[in-house]
Structure formats: C-alpha cells, structure tokens
Design a protein. Structure first.
Length: 46
C-alpha cells in the first residue's frame, strides 16, 4: 500500500496567501480534510 504525502506549511503571513488558499481548497476537495485537521501523532518523526 502506498501513502501520498503533502508538505504544505501553515499560512504564516509571509507566503503568498492566494497560493496557500488554492492548495488548501484542492486538499479539501480531494477528501483530505481529515489529514489537515488531525493532530500529528507523537511517534512520527520528520
């Protein structure tokens, strides 16, 4: 089984807000809202 990972930083006020907003919309439309809203498990390393 393969896992798809997305590395999208939280909006910090410095990056382009429109680009960040489009990325978030795509993830939500792709049924990945759960991934965005869950907390990261403590046993996962970067």
């Amino acid at each position: 089984m393969t896992t798809t990972r997305f590395n999208i930083d939280k909006f910090d006020g410095i990056t382009n807000f429109n680009l960040w907003q489009v990325r978030m919309t795509i993830l939500i439309q792709s049924d990945l809202k759960k991934v965005l809203t869950e907390n990261k498990p403590t046993d996962i390393d970067k």
